[in-house]
Design a binder for this molecule. Sequence first.
Ligand code: ZN
Length: 326
Amino acid sequence: MRKFPAVAAAVLATVPFVGVTAQPASAAQPATAKTWSALMYNSLNPSPEAIKLRTMLPVMRRTVIDRRNALAQAVRAQGAAQAAVAAATSGTRLATKRYAAATVARDAAKKADRPKANATVKLRHTQLGQSVTALRVAQTGLRNTTAKATAANDAWHAATVAVRNAEQKIAASGYDPTAAAQAAKISAQVVTDTRAGFTIDDTTQIYGITINKTIAYAFQRMLDDAAHDGVPLSGGGFRTKERQIELRVINGCPDIWTAPASSCRVPTAIPGRSLHEIGLAIDLTYGGKTIGSRDGVAFKWLAANAARYGLVNLPSEPWHWSITGS
Ligand SMILES: [Zn+2]
């Protein structure tokens, strides 16, 4: 497992605590717990940049279409300019031939003393000059349209790249494994700090399941996403120390206060040590039954996804999920 000691320390020092003024009931919530909640919130939500990009995307896509149309138009103009150059080139070639022919005719006429041929030479010379001018105009047109087509191609390409980059940023923004890893790194400290000052006011209900407010947002997101994937989950979270003592009796633990959890018929933590007593563990059910197997659809979904919501399984109990896995 990768470790992020420096990152976790930096987060503890710098992450702003969410809802300090908005949630007076959580005034006693430990700083580490607030940081855990903030990290998981960031992990499960798009960044402000991604939200902005999502609103800009339709306009960016429209720009790609507009620029592609402009490029097609510029390429058509370039093609027309190429045809004009070809026509002017052959026109010049013809005018050159006619001028040469007129010169030859004039020289022959001089010998025969027929001055009329001079006029034809002048005419052909003028025509040659005109066709050379036309060729130069056509060549300038080709240069201009080629430059415009190149610029249009660059603009279309830039718009395409911008859309692709925005789509990648949006796709990558929903879940930040780095933030989830940072939350996992401090979860043991969250348990210690939470246990020190826990009261029932630190709990809330998510779909009828009583859990610590620290994990409420991530837990609700997990149940929502699991249900969306066709795996509706429920379960039991918080229980009092008194209930934990009862369970130690019910589950046949050899001794209430010292026997290890594994010595009970159903593994049951020593009172005062269970994460259920501070609302940071949940025993999950699927289809109304406790998740007792690793082969079922519910466990498989959790094994693949629960870490995204900051929850880890206790290996000896497929149903038991908490922020530390204990
Ligand atoms: Zn449990």
